[in-house]
Design a protein. Structure first.
Length: 424
């Protein structure tokens, strides 16, 4: 019995991991097949529920993603039959499925074309970012379906109630289905109306990959890598849009540090302790070239370009101490003008501490505390604890770090904060 329970738990973890990694591709493929975004997600979720039941009993199949997609497609066909709406298109789907099974049996290949799936994910984002939806609904829906974030994680990101996020997602699905929004990347003439939303959701998906809000991993490199791939495609679709190149620049520069951000055991390695020889310098060059391209187009630097410029300062610095912190402070001040937020203010406070000392940084942090912003976020007490420790105010520092550890839902981040408190 103990072994059975252990196998069931392992299968459940495998299914949960696959949902995070593969759900966007599977939903995108199903949307293309069944022609209904909301139905596609329902079918994908039903297939994952079947996996939770069958895999602990029968074992995990050799190609889990292919199994899930095939099961979901079968469910789609069965549902259409039950509703007595099996027209020629659905018959073609059934034939296609049978043909895919035949080829898969011969070649042992997954029953889809990976290149097509990649295109489908991009179509899925543009569908979710249709201008028929309010901006906040576009973002919530895309983060849920493409990013695989839970409603709780999305709610924390935007500091709104979970119920609000749930309502936005439900309304967005209904609106897309009722309006029969086509599953496609829009024409070049129509791209402008959706570009800002698409860039924002790609940015937010990357952020979740760069620093996971919950779970046992410090990063979700699969998610960040998908966001970077999408940013590259979008920038090629709109070569004259500086924001698209600036976003790609930012993501290239941030991703260049991935190999150095964790040790061999997956434990976090903070910026000051990273081995900079492990940074991907080819990727840094690509990021700097993309930023230069955005600047060459003109129109001034927006939020993505300013963040990319900050990342560039880190990328070219030989060490933490040799980083141009004064320039970073100035860039954060410009960013606060373009895209004001408490997180930008907090990052500026960190840069102020590096440029002018921990007392100046703490004063800037306390200004944020006085506003009541970022309540419930681990970031604010985490930074405040660091600065108090540097000032020798150990009891206060330990209290802040323990408070930050209690607030975070990421196990790796919690361990880092507790270790810092213990050292103090």
């Amino acid at each position: 019995m103990a072994a059975s329970e252990s196998e069931a738990a392992a299968a459940r973890r495998r299914v949960e991991a696959l949902w995070r990694i593969e759900s966007a591709r599977i939903v995108a493929t199903l949307t293309r097949v069944v022609g209904d975004f909301s139905l596609a997600e329902d079918l994908a979720q039903e297939a994952f529920v079947d996996a939770l039941t069958q895999w602990p009993r029968d074992g995990v199949p050799p190609n889990p993603a292919a199994w899930l997609t095939t099961v979901a497609k079968r469910k789609g066909i069965d549902r259409r039959r039950r509703l007595a709406r099996l027209d020629d298109r659905h018959a073609a789907i059934a034939y296609s499925l049978a043909e895919q099974h035949r080829l898969a049996a011969i070649d042992h290949e997954p029953p889809w074309d990976p290149e097509t799936v990649d295109d489908d994910v991009l179509r899925l984002i543009f569908t979710a970012c249709h201008p028929i939806l309010p901006r906040e609904s576009q973002i919530a829906l895309t983060l849920r379906v493409v990013g695989g974030l839970t409603t709780e994680e999305i709610a924390r990101a935007f500091m709104v109630p979970v119920s609000t996020v749930q309502q936005r997602i439900v309304r967005a699905k209904r609106t897309i289905s009722a309006a029969a929004v086509p599953f496609e990347v829009p024409s070049r003439e129509e791209l402008g109306g959706r570009l800002a939303s698409v860039l924002q959701v790609v940015y937010l998906i990357f952020n979740e990959g760069y620093a996971a809000t919950a779970g046992s991993s410090w990063m979700r490199t699969d998610l960040a890598g998908e966001a970077l791939r999408l940013a590259r495609i979008v920038s090629s679709l709109v070569p004259d849009e500086p924001d698209a190149h600036a976003l790609r620049a930012l993501l290239e520069l941030q991703a260049s540090r991935f190999a150095a951000r964790v040790d061999a055991d997956g434990e976090p390695v903070l910026l000051a302790d990273q081995d900079r020889s492990r940074w991907d310098h080819d990727q840094i060059r690509r990021g700097r070239a993309a930023l230069a391209k955005a600047d060459a187009i003109g129109r001034g630097r927006g939020a993505y370009a300013l963040q990319a410029a900050i990342a560039e300062c880190h990328a070219v610095a030989p060490s933490t101490d040799e980083t141009d912190w004064a320039r970073i402070v100035g860039l954060y001040e410009s960013l606060a003008e373009v895209a004001p937020s408490p997180v930008v203010d907090l990052n500026r406070a960190v840069a102020v501490a590096m440029a002018h000392g921990p007392a100046a940084g703490l004063a800037a942090v306390d200004e944020i505390v006085a506003t009541g912003a970022m309540t419930g976020s681990a970031l604010l007490p985490g930074v405040r604890g660091e600065l108090l420790a540097r000032l020798g105010r150990r009891d206060e520092a330990r209290e802040e770090l323990l408070a930050a550890a209690a607030l975070t839902r990421n196990e790796r981040e919690r361990a880092v904060l507790l270790q810092k408190a213990e050292r103090i």
